[in-house]
Design a protein around this ligand. Structure first.
Ligand SMILES: [Zn+2]
Length: 434
């Protein structure tokens, strides 16, 4: 991948352009003054680069912010991603569901399509389905598509773009998904583990923007975690970090398909919750869950727990007990005090966060000395899907994927030193006025 060293005018200009683009994408609406303050660039440099980004169609002025509405005659000065700006395609691969979306650099979804499946599938079906969904969305879509991000169940190798051998995922293994999709579409393609994608979505676009360190915990269709440390996603040796569902919470427990014993996912799952409900339903005949405990869904448990149904609360508390055993280890090991939890839930949902908060507050070593934040993801259960956009956007924002055609007069070299910049979401970066 081409990258800029920052030692030429071209490199510095691209850094500054991209820095501003990232701020507008992740913090909009934002003013030129706020951009200058955040980046350390002069107002004149910001003004010039903003005008250029507007001309190139990446950003646009929007309505004035509430504070400036009352100033008579003041021109709109806030900036956001343009309605005509280039976009990213995001693909999500799950057991039973494929989703494809087109979104702008701010993570705002423009169009989406999905295919549910219950039958056995193979690699060819998976690729064909993703391509069919992509081409359907692309039909009549006039905006440029810069890249494709793929968020998938693991294990996978994000460096080679290969889905390795996810458990219970039919016979699909060693699938070089990024090279196949890239070849078929002609677009750069990036692969990320779904829970890491959730963490990245929160860091770029969600609640994680204001935290330097946090864990994202995804608890739908298995349990995974993503960790943001020092403002950056920590994705391990080959992008396979965060397999918290396969950490053991019982050394004498049953053997898991992964090879370990007593894995968290063997205990914190829907079958176990249904068993818990069945064992208690005679005590709570009035519960809506007691009629057919063996077919109770996750959605029903979450919904009824929000209404304080005792059976749903009992099942969910046990589920959170198991999760907390693994999360206590993670928070203690990494000295974290923020957990963002992703799952589908109605607006009034509170029990999962409440149970986890109570259990972790009583067991994490650092908890007595600082507040633990257990938050529900602002994307509900969709953070891994938004993360498919985020993984490609991050490549653009970190200059690994150049999107600006250099101007002719930008080829001169210079020896300007790099100046440390203000702290920005997604990691430290550098700027110098040019
Ligand atoms: Zn396991």
């Amino acid at each position: 991948m081409k990258s800029f060293t920052g030692t030429s005018i071209k490199g510095l200009k691209n850094k500054n352009r991209t820095l501003i683009l990232k701020l507008v994408a992740t913090c909009s609406p934002i003013s030129r003054v706020e951009i200058a303050k955040e980046t350390g660039l002069t107002k004149m440099t910001v003004g010039n680069l903003v005008n250029e980004l507007i001309e190139r169609g990446f950003i646009a002025e929007c309505d004035t912010s509430p504070e400036t509405v009352s100033v008579p005659g003041r021109k709109p000065s806030m900036l956001q991603i343009s309605d005509h700006s280039p976009c990213i395609c995001g693909m999500l691969i799950k057991r039973g569901l494929c989703q494809v979306i087109l979104a702008d650099l701010s993570g705002t979804i423009i169009s989406q399509s999905e295919r549910k499946y219950q039958h056995s599938i193979d690699a060819a079906w998976l690729v064909d389905t993703l391509m069919e969904l992509f081409l359907n969305l692309k039909q009549g879509f006039t905006r440029e598509i810069l890249a494709i991000g793929i968020s998938s169940i693991g294990p996978l190798n994000s460096h080679t773009g290969t889905i390795l051998k996810p458990p219970f995922f039919y016979q699909i293994e060693n699938l070089p998904i990024t090279s196949i999709i890239s070849k078929k579409t002609g677009l750069p393609c990036f692969l990320i583990n779904d829970a890491n994608a959730g963490a990245l979505a929160e860091k770029l676009y969600g609640l994680g923007k204001k935290f330097h360190n946090f864990a994202y915990l995804h608890i739908m269709n298995g349990i995974g975690a993503g960790f943001v440390l020092d403002n950056k996603l920590f994705d391990g040796h080959r992008g396979q970090s965060g397999e918290i569902g396969h950490t053991s919470i019982n050394f004498s427990g049953p053997r898991c398909a992964c090879g370990n014993v007593g894995c968290l996912e063997l205990y914190a799952n829907l079958d176990q919750m249904q068993r818990r409900i069945r064992s208690m339903c005679s005590y709570f005949p009035g519960s809506s869950l007691s009629a057919a405990p063996e077919s109770v869904t996750w959605e029903a448990i979450i919904r009824e727990a929000g209404k304080r149904d005792p059976l749903a609360l009992a099942a969910l508390e046990e589920f959170c007990d198991y999760i907390s055993y693994a999360m206590i280890d993670a928070l203690n090991l990494l000295d974290l005090s923020t957990v963002i939890v992703g799952y589908d839930a109605p607006d009034n949902s509170w029990p999962v966060e409440r149970f986890l908060s109570d259990k972790l507050s009583n067991a994490v070593i650092a908890a007595p000395y600082r507040e633990l934040h257990i938050l529900h993801s602002c994307f509900n259960g969709n953070a891994p899907l938004i993360g498919a956009i985020a993984v490609a956007a991050e490549q653009i924002f970190s200059l690994n994927l150049p999107v600006f055609e250099p101007e002719q007069n930008e080829n001169e070299s210079c020896d300007l030193p790099e100046a440390e910049n203000a702290n920005l979401a997604g990691g430290s970066t550098y700027s110098q006025d040019v």
